[in-house]
Write a protein of this length. Structure first.
Length: 572
């Protein structure tokens, strides 16, 4: 721990992070950033989590931020920051406040470049390139050339991350992280409170209320911004006071604990269970709160746009009227007052009953395997693993992570999960995200990471298994092993999934064969391979009690297994 005389810029940032409950920083070492990493190594109350590579570190920091409220990753200049860019771009799109920490060549390097035209290592020749690139995927970016004013600039960056729930970038000339700095106040930083323009808020609420009260089949459609900005309790109050049914986006899944007589299940367009699709199609006013509407929801946007009342962190829209300068919190609070003051309106409408197990999985399993009930398919995996989690009261203790794969869309049919226990790359749609996030999700939430990975995605970041083992995290990584990029093939040519030798996958969607059990041993993890339902059920009992190390489970499924959820999406 730094003494009064040695308190540095690095100590200042770490103190501020610790005050905000960031007790782990994921890192990749480097010479430029050595003053920060050395301070981190000895800083009381913040642990350095050594990651295997930059994507691993970036994904982990992203998941940590989603579960803890703020995350941080320390990277080397140039070669490291560029490698992590994909992970930070995903955090930017999906509203995850990650502090990207780096260091640039110092004053001595810059002077030598001016004098002798020296190209320093990890540099493109433009010393400002790192910041310039990160300005596209952060809400604020700074490179500090001196410790003078560093405290204020660091505070402003952290406040921006807290306020906008998006990444920020902070770098110093390499010597500045080790320069003296005054200590921060003992009061933790807080997000800036942005208030609405009063007249714009009144107009937005009046217009929205007229649309809401005219509806016969209203519906609330909740998204991830509700979760990121801490508005879940307010959303629950609106649901209770209005009596409306509600659903969520895939990215916003588990914005609340799933259950009750008003939650219809997650809406994932054609991947949804039929009762959810029916309610959405029949709705005539959709109160859309905090959603990020991606091209996964094109049918919804094209067919329901005029019926939507949309509130996001940047604006409110009702019918074709847009209101700038209105915050989502103020808008929701105003609507809540109206719902509470309206006597007897509207009547409560119970949600359709959720299908009991083995539904919805059984009806979505590929029918070509009907005569082989013990063969594992995407849907049978979720059918049996979700039943196991429910029967053993484990849903409250896990956080599920998914990248973009067939598993993501099958998993949207899950019901009964707890608030903020479903982490996905549903908007940025990054293959491999799920495995990289496992360490951050577990460390950030204090729950066990329960990861379902495509084999192609797992191959991209398999080294993350070593990070889990190094930190003795008992995360579980299920690799859906069919040997192909199935989700890609769906959108290239879905006839490849049809039986028979004449229907084949495109060469670019076929993966190499891996010995997953040997890989698990090499990385220090437990390894299991399952090919049948009975084998899966047996391994789940083993996994339940595993501590101190991660477990890799290869789930062998047929190459041509096409879940019904993906078949419907591909046919759109």
């Amino acid at each position: 721990m730094a003494t009064e005389s040695t308190f540095t810029v690095a100590d200042y940032l770490l103190t501020r992070l610790r005050q905000l409950n960031v007790t782990e920083v994921f890192q990749i070492p480097g010479d430029y950033v050595k003053h920060f990493t050395q301070a981190l190594e000895h800083f009381e109350g913040v642990n350095a989590i050594g990651a295997i590579n930059e994507l691993d570190a970036g994904y982990a920091a992203d998941a940590y931020a989603r579960t803890r409220g703020l995350g941080a990753v320390s990277l080397q200049y140039g070669v490291s920051t560029y490698s992590a860019l994909n992970a930070i771009a995903g955090a930017y799109v999906e509203m995850s406040p990650v502090v990207v920490i780096s260091a640039a060549p110092g004053s001595d390097c810059r002077r030598m470049t001016q004098m002798y035209d020296v190209l320093f290592h990890h540099s493109t020749g433009n010393f400002a390139a790192d910041q310039e690139i990160y300005e596209h995927v952060t809400v604020a970016a700074e490179t500090l050339s001196t410790s003078a004013g560093a405290a204020e600039k660091i505070d402003n960056l952290l406040i921006a991350a807290l306020t906008h729930k998006k990444p920020v970038y902070i770098a110093c000339y390499k010597e500045v992280w080790g320069e003296p700095c005054p200590r921060p106040s003992k009061t933790p930083l807080q997000a800036q409170v942005i208030k609405s323009n009063i007249l714009a808020l009144q107009n937005a609420v009046t217009q929205a209320w007229s649309q809401i009260t005219a509806a016969k089949n209203p519906l609330i459609f909740a998204g991830v911004e509700i979760l990121r900005h801490g508005l879940s309790d307010l959303l629950q109050e609106i649901i209770d006071a209005s009596g409306f049914l509600y659903t969520t986006t895939t990215l916003g899944k588990t914005v609340l604990d799933e259950g009750g007589d008003q939650f219809i299940g997650t809406y994932a367009d054609a991947a949804s269970i039929s009762s959810v699709i029916d309610v959405v199609q029949q709705s005539d006013c959709i109160l859309t709160l905090g959603t990020i509407l991606t091209d996964d929801y094109m049918w919804f946007v094209e067919n329901k746009y005029a019926d939507m009342v949309i509130a996001t962190t940047t604006q409110v829209r009702s019918v074709y009227y847009t209101y700038e300068g209105v915050t989502m919190r103020d808008f929701m609070e105003a609507l809540l007052r109206l719902f509470k003051s309206t006597k007897g309106y509207p009547l409560k409408t119970p949600a359709p009953l959720q299908p009991a197990y083995p539904e919805p999985w059984q009806s979505n399993s590929d029918p070509q395997w009907n005569d082989k009930p013990d063969v594992l398919t995407f849907n049978r995996f979720f059918q049996h693993s979700m039943k196991f989690l429910t029967d053993h009261n484990m849903l409250k203790d896990i956080v599920m992570t998914l990248g973009v794969s067939s598993s993501l869309y099958v998993a949207t049919n899950a019901y009964g999960m707890y608030q903020n226990s479903f982490i996905s790359s549903a908007a940025w749609q990054c293959i491999g995200f799920e495995t990289g996030t496992a360490s951050g999700a577990q460390l950030g939430s204090g729950k066990r990471a329960w990861t379902v990975a495509g084999d192609g995605g797992f191959m991209m970041v398999c080294q993350s298994l070593s990070t889990l083992a190094r930190n003795k995290l008992n995360a579980v990584i299920f690799v859906m092993s069919n040997g192909v990029y199935a989700i890609e093939q769906v959108y290239v040519d879905m006839t490849a999934f049809e039986p028979g030798p004449t229907h084949v996958f495109d060469a670019f969607d076929i993966l190499p064969k891996w010995d997953y059990m040997a890989l698990a041993k090499a990385y220090g993890a437990e390894g299991h391979r399952v090919k049948t339902v009975k084998e899966l059920e047996a391994v789940l009992h083993i996994v339940k009690n595993t501590t101190g190390k991660p477990t890799l489970v290869e789930v062998v499924i047929p190459e041509k297994d096409l879940p019904g959820q993906m078949q419907r999406l591909g046919a759109e």
